[in-house]
Design a binder for this molecule. Sequence first.
Ligand code: TA6
Length: 288
Amino acid sequence: TKDSNGVQQVLLRNPRGASVKVSLFGGQVVSWKKENGEELLFTSSKANFKPPMAVRGGIPICFPQFGNRGILEQHGFARNRMWIIDENPPPLHPNDSKGKSFVDLLFTPSEEDLKRWNHSFEFRLRVALDFDGYLTMISRVRNINCKPFSFSIAYHTYFSISDISEVRVEGLETLDYLDNLQQKERFTEQGDALTFESEIDRVYLSSEDVIAVLDHEKKQTFVIRKEGLPDVVVWNPWEKKSRAIADLGDEEYKQMLCVDGAAIENPINLKPGEEWTGRLELSVVAST
Ligand code: TA6
């Protein structure tokens, strides 16, 4: 299918009617629906679907840089580039295909990109939807025999929630985190579950556990499982910052929360020919 700007999208469906839509622009998941058609990812009503900016919502991939402390644009360039469908990807484990509908995408740097970030790599992304509606994203980044390089990565996941003040996040309780809103960077989470009453912009470090995003009103919980992605970004712009974001409605911060599987504190270093794999699995379960 194509979106309103003629950008190609791939629609994945499972036998129960759940679906995932992936845009070739940015390799961005733009929709993940339950079998009852309920959309699970947030997309801003003011999102602009015209390249070269990433759509505000879904799951933009921040690569090869997270944030704006580096030589590249905010969150790197992968989300602002056209990807292609990878017709003959190197095989993954059979479990990554069995009973799933999936698409394999490929991103390689353009001449322009190489001028700004002179490392030749292949970024292969598999997006898969399984029988139970689980969404899995597997990233494989390979250093194509150039000098060693390091990168950061985040699956910038905009969860659709009913009301930010009714949401809790479990699994981050005792972790250290870097706070993007304060000068002194590193803190340790003291609380039990994470709740929200103001802007939050943190990177929780070395989270090995499963993360749960509990939406009290919808009585459902997003479950985040990840491998190779030790950090977790938690972001909500809240009211003041939302007004400064052109492609986000002033009140929409109430219906979104970003909880991103990421590798930020310790960038991934690849020697020539080496490949890194990062895996994110999202599911949603009914909860009381
Ligand atoms: O979540 C971390 C963060 O860097 C925030 O500071 C905010 O800028 C957010 O990402 C969105 O970034 P974007 O470039 O997509 O507007």
